[in-house]
Ligand binder design. Structure first.
Ligand SMILES: [Ca+2]
Length: 303
């Protein structure tokens, strides 16, 4: 009986050690090099993503200087299907030559959508908030728009009783070194679960500190209600107390009547070399060996 108890303990240890490696963020990369030129990225063409193209124009693989990328045209909603609950990094290369475009790169969007004027709050859908200066999209999360050359816009989605559809926005702008209107540059989100750091290439542009999670009268998911937005020098740009920034992060790309290009999507764990995972990998053969020895010993005793 003693040995059975030990066996049970060892099995529990195995499970405990395996859990961190299961919970880690799966690495994802997409450089579009495997697609034929002109391929439309629609329906199930991009494994791991849900795609919605509400009009006759969508997203197509283009080639320039031997590199394949995707040109998104008009209205588009691309949603990474995996919910991110652990610290992660999300990178995407963006080239947006047109001013006035709405290329919205969301993180920490919720899964639920809210009804607005022409449907629900997809990443291309105007949310009805006419105070922001452009037809803002989506219903939750934060989104970044590389637009008008070196300008980076950060929009925090809010729950706002004063708006027609209770979706509001607070926008911040910084100027960065990368000019997204002349070539591809990397937009990078480093999200440790408490702070989202947003980079243009390797230049820190925004820090978004999140706290005070809870629910709102509209919807069922849990959101961080308070966010403090800081600029590249750590200066506070503003505080939002009614933010609708999801506790579980969904990544969306939205395009509203716009044309821009994306390439090199990467999603990976913030700590790629998770020490707990390494420990599990190291100790697993030892534990399995010990269990095997005990089982053999037990059988011999029975025989
Ligand atoms: Ca490429």
């Amino acid at each position: 009986m003693k040995r059975l108890g030990l066996l049970f303990m060892l099995a529990l240890m195995c499970v405990a050690l395996v859990i961190p490696s299961i919970a880690a963020v799966d690495s994802y990369t997409q450089d579009f090099e495997s697609f034929a030129e002109g391929t439309e990225i629609v329906n199930d063409k991009l494994p791991g993503w849900s795609l919605i193209r509400p009009t006759s124009e969508g997203a197509f693989v283009r080639v320039k200087d031997g590199n394949k990328y995707v040109e998104i045209t008009s209205y588009y909603h691309a949603e990474y299907e995996k919910k991110l609950t652990d610290p992660y990094v999300y990178e995407v290369d963006v080239y947006n030559s047109d001013t006035g475009n709405i290329p919205a790169f969301f993180v920490r969007a919720g899964k639920e959508r809210f009804q607005v004027e022409h449907g629900d709050t997809k990443a291309f859908e105007y949310d009805g908030d006419d105070k922001i200066g452009f037809p803002s999209v989506g219903g939750s999360g934060i989104f970044v728009m590389p637009r008008d050359g070196k300008n980076l816009y950060l929009v925090v989605k809010t729950y706002d009783e004063s708006k027609a559809f209770k979706v509001g926005n607070v926008m911040y702008t910084v100027t960065v070194n990368a000019d997204f209107s002349t070539a591809f540059h990397t937009l990078k989100f480093v999200d440790d679960g408490q702070t989202v750091r947003i980079y243009a290439d390797d230049e820190l542009a925004f820090m978004v500190e999140m706290s005070n999670s809870g629910t709102y009268p509209l919807g069922e998911e849990t959101y961080y209600k308070k966010v403090v937005v800081k600029g590249k020098e750590g200066n506070v740009l503003g505080t939002v107390e009614n933010a609708r920034v999801s506790v579980d992060s969904h990544i969306l790309i939205g395009s509203r009547h716009s044309k821009f290009n994306i390439d090199n999507i990467k999603i990976y764990a913030l700590e790629e070399q998770n020490t707990e995972t390494s420990d599990a990998a190291f100790f697993m053969p030892v534990i399995i060996g010990a269990m095997y020895a005990l089982v053999v010993l037990k059988r011999r005793q029975v025989a």
